[in-house]
Design a protein around this ligand. Sequence first.
Ligand code: SAM
Length: 212
Amino acid sequence: MPISSARTVKGSRRLLRRHDRRSHSPRWQFLRGFFKHPVMVGSIIPSSRLLIDRMLRPVDWENTKLFVEYGPGVGTFTRPILARMGKDAVLVTIDTNSDFTSYLRESIDDDRLVPVTGSAADVAKILSDRGLGQADYILSGLPFSTLPPGVGEDIANATSTVIRGGGAFLVYQFSPKVLDFIKPHFERVERGFEWVNVPPATLFWAYREPTE
Ligand SMILES: C[S@@+](CC[C@H](N)C(=O)[O-])C[C@H]1O[C@@H](n2cnc3c(N)ncnc32)[C@H](O)[C@@H]1O
């Protein structure tokens, strides 16, 4: 083979390898998910490190046995949650997009992770089908303001029935409208704001009163 065509073959193999590496990266998977279901994904860029740290800061990890994450996407929060969770705790992720569920299953090798394809509105059935009790914390990355009518209310209602007394619903949103959904179901709601995120996000920590 002449030297120039050998170089071309090598070059195109390199390009293919680079494309293959990129197509497995979380950022690429997230973009693919966005272009397939823009309304359901709701954002073009995964959450920032600062947003993640701030959102998870109040969590009492020592007393967390069951954590649920709605709308994990490519696992931007999933990995930091697993890194903080105890070794006997369980993390259930629920996403309507089966591509994201498969991606989490394939890219995260951790027995504590239970990735589920489904709607957050069905959280009670998803947990009871797996013999899991009440959740200590539920985190939501759902785009509440673009969900179909009625779905936001159903999710907030279902969430309040599965969080134990003393547990909390953690929500980050680009529109503060989500407060209308969560306020009727939780005794105390704390609020924050994170500028370092695209776009900047409002954070809510909605607590259930501890039961005696
Ligand atoms: C903005 S993305 C959040 C991604 C990731 N958690 C982050 O912070 O970068 C929203 C995710 O919610 C999922 N989703 C939308 N509606 C849902 C529903 N009803 N139940 C569960 N997941 C849903 C989408 O498929 C998408 O993965």
